[in-house]
Each structure stands twice: as C-alpha cells, then as structure tokens.
Write a protein that binds this ligand. Sequence first.
Ligand SMILES: *[C@@H]1O[C@H](CO)[C@@H](O)[C@H](O)[C@H]1NC(C)=O
Ligand SMILES: *[C@@H]1O[C@H](CO)[C@@H](O)[C@H](O)[C@H]1NC(C)=O
Ligand SMILES: *[C@@H]1O[C@H](CO)[C@@H](O)[C@H](O)[C@H]1NC(C)=O
Ligand SMILES: *[C@@H]1O[C@H](CO)[C@@H](O)[C@H](O)[C@H]1NC(C)=O
Length: 765
Amino acid sequence: MKLRLLHKVAVALLVLSLYEVAEGTKKPAKTTYIIHMDKSNMPTTFADHLEWYDSSLKSVSDRADMLYTYNNALHGFSARLTAKEAELLGKQPGILSVMPEERYELHTTRTPEFLGLEKSEALYPESNLASDVIVGVLDTGVWPELKSYDDTGLGPVPSTWKGSCEVGKNFNSSSCNKKLIGARFFSKGYEAAFGPIDESTESKSPRDDDGHGTHTSTTVAGSAVPEASLFGFASGIARGMATRARVAAYKVCWLGGCFGSDIMAAMDKAVEDGVNVMSMSIGGGTSDYYRDTISIGAFNAMAQGILVSCSAGNGGPSSKSVGNVAPWITTVGAGTLDRDFPAYVTLGNGKNYRGASLYSGKSLSGPIPLVFAGNASNSSSGELCFSGSLVANKVAGKIVVCDRGGNSRAQKGVVVKNAGGVGMILTNTEYYGEELVADAHLLPSAAVGQKAGIEIKKYIFSDPSPTATIASGGTEVDVQPSPVVASFSSRGPNPLNPQILKPDLIAPGVNILAGWTGALGPTGLDSDKRHVNFNIISGTSMSCPHVSGLAARLKAAHWEWSPAAIRSALMTTAYTKYKNGETIEDVATGSSSTPFDYGAGHVDPMAALDPGLVYDTTVDDYLRFLCALNYTSDLIKRSTNREFTCDSSKKYNVEDLNYPSFAVPMETASSKTGGVGASSTVKYTRTLTNVGSPGTYKVSVSSQIPSVKILVEPESLTFNTMGEKESYTVTFIAGSMPSGTTSFASLKWSDGKHSVGSPIAISWT
Ligand SMILES: *[C@@H]1O[C@H](CO)[C@@H](O)[C@H](O)[C@H]1NC(C)=O
Ligand SMILES: *[C@@H]1O[C@H](CO)[C@@H](O)[C@H](O)[C@H]1NC(C)=O
Ligand SMILES: *[C@@H]1O[C@H](CO)[C@@H](O)[C@H](O)[C@H]1NC(C)=O
Ligand SMILES: *[C@@H]1O[C@H](CO)[C@@H](O)[C@H](O)[C@H]1NC(C)=O
C-alpha cells in the first residue's frame, strides 16, 4: 500500500514540475499554505478576524479557496495559492508568515503486565477521575465496532467535552459512545493536493481504512478484551494503558499521506474540544520551531495544559535521526517487550537458527529446496524480492531467501508466493543487525538476524542442493534481556538543539498487539483478504500511544500537574538498567545503549505515580528558551502564537531550560581559541518542585567520567512543603576530546524513598 502511495506522490510531483517547465502561459500551480496572522494587530477597520482573514486573502487572489481557519493552535488560515500570491500575501500588514504546508508520515496484551500495571492494579487503581481524562489521537481514524471501544461501565461523557462525532461514509453518530466520545476527520488539505477522495477506496469520514489509528487509539485507552490474539499469537486480555480514559479520534492521515493544513486543523479542534492529552504517532521534521506545524500546534496545546506525546521516528539506528524534538513535546522511542514469536530454520547441514514469524497457516513438511533470491532474479537488486523480480522456474516449490529492506517485509512474502515459492527466509542486512520484527506473512516464513543470514547464504553458495525447513514456535514470554532498544528507534543527539536530549524516553514498540481495521488484512496489503480484530505491528508509532495512555493515568492521579510535570515524572523514574545491573541493550549493536538511544530510560509507570520531585516548566520558561536561541519577537510569535520580547539586558541560556535531562555538547580543541589541551566549562541550572512529602534530598553522580568533572551545587536540597521549589547548578568541566567522542553519566536526587534520576550525555562536536 505504501508503495502505491509513494507512486501516487511521485506522479503528482512529476506533473507539477513538467507543468512549470513547459507551460509558461498557463495558470501557475497552486499549493497549500498556512497563513499565520498577527491576531493582536488586526487593523481597526475590520469587525472580526474572519473578515480580516478573508479580506487579506482576497487582496492577492479573488478566487483562492480558504481551506481552514485556525483559532487555537495558531491564529490564521490555510489556502491554496500560487507562489506569486503567497509572496504578495506575505507582504500584507499583520501577516506573520505564509508557510508552504509540510507533509508528514505515520511512524508505523502483554504490555500492561510487562510494565507492571497488571499485578499492581490494586496499588494503582484508576480512580473515578480516570474516566474524566480525554485523549485525542491524531491518526488514520478509528474502527468503532471493535470490542476495544466498548463503553460498558463508563459513566456519562465528561461535562468538559465540547467535541463531536462527525458523520460521513460508513460512520454515523451511533459509531461513538462513552468510550469513543468523539471522532472527526480533516481532509481539505489532502483533497486540495490529491483531488476528491475516491470513496470506493477510502471513507471520507473518521472511519479507519488503514489500521494504524485503530491500533494507536486502542493502545492508549482500549477497554479490556479477553481472549484477544492475532491467529492465536500473543493471546490474552488486550487492553489499553488507560482503560478508563476516553478516546477522541481525529483522522488526519489518509491513504495519500498526512498534510500540514489538516494536522493544524485537528490540533486546533482538539484544543477547543477539551482533550487532556494528544497522541501523535506522526513523523515530524526537524525544521525550526517557527516552520514546524506540529511544533507550533503542540506549543499552544501545552499552554492549555495538554500533554502532547509524539513518536521519535523510525530512522534508527542512525545518529541524529530523532524528530518531533521541540522541548514542549514528549518524544518517545521504542523498545522490545519480553515476548517473542519464534520461528526455527533448520538447514540441510543440520544447523538451526532462531528467527521470528507470525505465519499461522499450514506448515511445511520435510526439507524443501532452498534458493537465494539474488540467484533467482534478473534484477540487479534481486536479493530484495521486489515485485515481479523473481524468475518463476528458479523459485517454484522452493524456500526463497530475501534480504530485508527496500520494500515492505510482507510484500516480499507475496512476491515469493506469486512466483511459486513455498516459504521465505527474510535475512537482515548489516543495517538491521539482529533485530527481528515478526509479520503475519501469507506463507511459511522466518525473519532471521544478520549473523544467521550470512551463515544461511554461505551454506546455499557452498552446497549443490541446499534444503531447509521452517517451523513456527508460537508465542514465548519472559524472553531476556528485555527491554532492548529497537534498532529502528530514532536516536539522538538532537539535530536542532543539541543541549536538549531527545528522545525523552522509550516505551514498548516492537510486536505490539492492539486493535485493527476491518478494511485491511494484518499485512496491510491489498492482496491480504484476511480479517482480524487485533494485529501485531511495530514502530515508534506503537510506543508513543503507550506513553500517551500512561500520561492520561498520571493526569487522573494528579489533575493539577502540568504537561512538563507529567513528563518529568515519567522521565525521572524511568529505568536504564536490568535487574542484574547491566545497562539496557541496543539491538542494533548488541551492546549497551546510551541516553542518545533511550533518553531518560524505559518508562516505569508505577514509579512515575510518586516521583517525589518534578522539573516543572512554564510557558515563560519556553519563551526564555527561544530568547536563548536568539529568536526575534517575530520568530517567537510565529513559533508560539505569543507576544514576547526578550530583554536585551538579560543573558538567556539554553542550558537553563528546566529539562529533566542533560545533553552537553562540548567544542573540540581545534574549534576553540584555547587550543589543544584547553578545557571548557559549562553550567546548567535546574529547579525541582516538591510533589511528595517533605524531606531532604541528596545528590549523587554516577561514575565520574575521566575527561569530565561534574560538580553539583548545592549537594543537598530540603523541601518543607508541597509545591516548594529549590534550584541547583551542574558544572561540567571537560578536557578536549576528539570530535565524535561521547561520554555518559547520570545524576540522581534521593531522599531514601524517591529517586529522581536524570541522564547526562556529553558529546564533543
Ligand atoms: C448507523 O446507525 C444505525 C442505527 O441508527 C446502525 O444500525 C448502523 O449500523 C449505523 N451504520 C454505521 C455504518 O455505523
Ligand atoms: C549466487 O549469488 C552469490 C552472491 O551474489 C554468488 O556469489 C554466487 O556465485 C551465485 N550462485 C550462482 C549459482 O549463481
Ligand atoms: C528473466 O530473463 C529471461 C531471459 O532474458 C526472460 O526470459 C524472463 O522472462 C525474465 N524473467 C523475469 C521475471 O523478468
Ligand atoms: C546568540 O547570540 C549570541 C550573541 O551574538 C551568541 O553568543 C550565541 O552563541 C547565540 N546563540 C545561539 C544559540 O545561536
């Protein structure tokens, strides 16, 4: 499906560029722009803002269509304009910016037990207040008939709710209930770019034709469904993280992608509707804050007390691949669960390899001839099993070895099957390492790691008539070590502001079971005619809603906490080590991971409930952070929708943003005037707020790093009352190290009962 989408985009771009080159006389192409208006500077000649917006638009184009007007996420509107019109509009008075719309991508039941929620249900009850929390999920919509949206036992819809259940194709007002309390769809930007929605392939309504949005929203707050499984895999009770919270679905992603004007409209509405948490498993760029739709919308949501949780991206294990990096967003990476779906490969030479699969049909009997796709194709990249690339008489009746990458894993299975193959071994290349992602393939299959892949190919190339068998191993639990950081999970350092550590934390995102659409089979391929109520998929798209749901539970327990306080509680209580004291492993390297991979660590919901102290951050703190970035008043207004003038007599420091983690970029000697051997000193200031009992906290810094001296002042902080604030500074004195060097430590405040931890990541640029 993705391929088809990409194809569609490619055609559209091609048409556009041809048009621009060849047709100077025809009307120039229009694209969607988001126009940010300076609301407080409306000329007095206008009666209201709408009239002003309309008049501004008409002044550059009498035929331009206004797609949306925005009132919360930013003040302004979106419209289709030519480049010339956009330029003219940008010069009108009272207009802050005219931004071309960005395109965004989706970041595609054992979880409660793994997170320690199940056995501690009595300790961590979801109070009646829990059912007052509303989570807005911006995604591909919702499949409302699933049992996961059953509202049995829930009271009336919270009185704070101002949203609605929008009616459309295959979706009517009875699709919503006391669990799914709202559903809206935003398609104007999509249709402006792609033309009218073809209702034979997708519903112009909140209905989910993709599966992604149903999976994420049931992960956030799905009701408990007993005997859930995917073809018997991962069977058990499926439930969301916050089973009593309410869900509001905002469909912003379509088969052709997610468009900035639609996302902005949904964020705008979600604020107005009264959500408490926004969950967005949507890929953000790392453009400056004033250019990034999600960042601008999230700032205004945060200012209304709404926690915005976003996926970090699936660009790992490359460094600096993390997205959605704004400090007012909670950025979530992915780890594994302690659950595997093993599949075993046995070669004709007697060697055995453990892989993974969710294939559920008839298994293969006896040894079957084995062939490497690279030896059975006309294509130069035959090993990747692209559509139509396999030569039928070379693969018929055989198990085919395909390399991972290039196209979807499930698609490769279909390619093998269509060419007459009877089984597939999917081998990781170096890029994927030993990470195994299980898929519900349509033929017997096993995904194996890079090492096994090399040996299997070696066997094929050396044996004149190689054979193999593939056997499924069902579901295995208590797999150790777990969690490990997923290879695909996007990594730091933060490409935009290296002083802010991102991602913030990790949560389960590999082989997650949750609800699925009835419109597509579990592989998401058009050729997959199976129907399932639950599917197992992977991505930071799956880890983000875990944190959104846990944030909803914390909100219910501490209604007065700000989004920053909730994030702080999740981060300072996260763990970075297994019970045996070893650091969480990174599957990409097979060795210890670092704060650039996991941020503050893996979420620990039970501990987050009672963090002792939090790093709170206010709207003004974030505005001062933008001053430290040397943003002008104009750029601040564009980024935050707020008037703020930095005080030119003040020194603002990025290092002083009250963040629960420390990222410390150091300059290398050659880039400094001090020369080789010189040391640099940087100072970070932080303020802790007491949210627990009175007490004295003492600081400790883990294993001093040889090249860096870390000094904390003062070393002890006493809190007498709830809400009391105390500040401290951390000074880093670092010797010169070669560019690219990294060092890690952690800092912990403890009163003997609570442990308030922060990671420290030092890098020499
Ligand atoms: C629309 O509502 C009716 C009840 O009024 C219901 O029977 C029907 O299934 C609904 N249709 C959809 C597609 O939800
Ligand atoms: C199969 O492919 C491998 C790797 O490309 C190559 O080394 C080998 O010679 C090929 N074998 C045959 C029989 O073509
Ligand atoms: C591969 O090449 C052979 C010989 O040129 C041709 O007969 C065959 O159709 C091709 N197969 C595919 C799948 O392209
Ligand atoms: C902001 O400007 C000051 C003074 O010119 C400079 O020292 C500082 O490095 C700048 N900060 C950033 C983040 O660009």
